[in-house]
Design a protein around this ligand. Structure first.
Ligand SMILES: [Fe+2]
Length: 168
């Protein structure tokens, strides 16, 4: 019987990255998966509950962003599996390691925009930290995925920020 805890199932992986490095990268990818999942849930929540004169634009933008996140979440989890580890898959597990927190109240549209700008920037920060580790481990596939995620979330943050006008 393979021992899931010790990771014996991954003993056969031979892709030029040491077991130690694969585990270290996966530990950080778990955080990106958790951040992405919490951001996905928050964005979908806002898609449902946004109100006000920006309703139509925000409802559509939030939908585009959470739909992109569903694809990304799958790719990040499958990268963890390809590196030989099990991916976390519960809100309990995600909440423990995510830098993005859930909220119970319904924010105003302006607060939603601010919260999502910060959420997208949090994902960028997590991905940027993983690049340093992945580079050290010569894990270019993970680095490539981090660059893609940073591009998406930096663009998301810009689009959200564009709803905030500065009429000083
Ligand atoms: Fe919808």
């Amino acid at each position: 019987m393979p021992n899931r805890i010790s990771g014996e199932r991954s003993a056969g992986i031979n892709i030029g990255i040491s077991d130690k490095d694969r585990k270290a990268v996966c530990q950080e990818l778990n955080k990106l998966l958790a951040d992405s999942y919490l951001l996905y849930l928050k964005t979908q929540n806002y898609h449902w509950n946004v109100e006000g004169n920006m309703f139509q634009s925000l409802h559509v933008l939030f939908e585009q962003q959470y739909q992109e996140l569903t694809r990304a979440i799958d790719i990040i989890a499958e990268r963890i599996r390809a590196l030989g580890e099990f991916a976390p898959g519960s809100l309990t597990a995600f909440s423990k390691i995510s830098s993005i927190k859930e909220e119970s109240a319904i924010p105003t549209a302006d607060e939603m925009i601010h919260n999502l700008v910060h959420g997208n920037e949090a994902v960028v920060t997590t991905a940027r930290a993983i690049i340093t580790l992945a580079d050290d481990c010569e894990d270019e596939v993970t680095t490539d995925l981090m660059i893609e995620r940073m591009q998406v979330h930096e663009k998301n943050a810009w689009m959200l920020r564009s709803f905030i006008t500065h009429n000083a």
